[in-house]
Design a protein around this ligand. Structure first.
Ligand SMILES: N[C@@H](CCC(=O)N[C@@H](CS)C(=O)NCC(=O)O)C(=O)O
Length: 213
């Protein structure tokens, strides 16, 4: 069976997992923790990062590369717009989520949740610094881009939305929400993202694992 290497709490692994679940692609998860990787994992993921993917045809690393492959191989239930301009904009949002949101929102999660799981001291000063100096810029940009209704490219949740949602899931686990009074469009969009059945199911699974409500 096709294998997804990683753990669902990782935003980048969850991104691939959501694509797999929405596209109903059979797979198994091979648990690999980002900071405790099995020997030889570099043969599957050259940079040693999760997620990685292995099936009957290919071994791949990087969530975007994996998701684009899944889209090409399993085009039913498309997760990218068809038109070139829409597809390019979708790729931009995915890139923004992976390279700008992950280091900001992901660090808050890493400090407050991952470090606690590893019995390491939480650097709350670092969290506060991110919340005050880095998070607002991201929220201001996303407020300017958030759709008035539905998702970024219409009524269906697509890869651009998934890439953003997975980062907001971890931010929520870390106890930070979008303030509707400050960011009304973004707060409403994030609410719609988190209520999508596939996303809500991922959150429920995470909470079971974390032992939170
Ligand atoms: N661009 C990569 C980033 C993957 C990534 O940064 N994964 C993190 C976990 S969310 C990781 O494996 N960190 C451990 C490390 O860098 O060694 C992707 O989209 O898959």
């Amino acid at each position: 069976m096709s294998k997804l290497y990683g753990v669902p709490l990782s935003p980048m692994v969850r991104k691939v997992l959501l694509a797999l679940e929405i596209k109903k692609i059979n797979h198994e998860i091979v648990p690999v923790m980002p900071f405790n990787k099995p020997e030889g994992f570099e043969k599957i993921s050259p940079l040693g990062k999760i997620p990685a993917w292995e099936d009957d045809k290919v071994t791949l690393a990087d969530s975007t590369v994996i998701c684009e492959y899944l889209e090409d191989r399993y085009p039913e239930q498309p997760l990218y717009p068809e038109d070139p301009a829409g597809k390019a904009r979708a790729r931009w949002f995915e890139e923004y989520a992976d390279t700008v949101m992950l280091p900001v929102l992901g660090t808050v999660f890493f400090e407050r949740i991952a470090k606690k799981m590893m019995n390491q001291p939480v650097d709350e000063a670092k969290v506060q610094e991110i919340l005050e100096s880095k998070l607002p810029g991201t929220f201001v940009y996303l407020e300017s881009q958030a759709p008035e209704a539905d998702f970024l490219f219409g009524p269906d949740l697509q890869m651009a939305d998934i890439s953003i949602a997975t980062n907001f899931i971890n931010l929520g686990h870390a106890g930070v929400n979008v303030e509707p009074a400050e960011y009304p469009k973004l707060a409403a969009y994030v609410e719609r993202l988190l209520q999508h059945p596939a996303v809500a199911n991922r959150i429920a699974e995470d909470k079971k694992f974390l032992g939170t409500k």
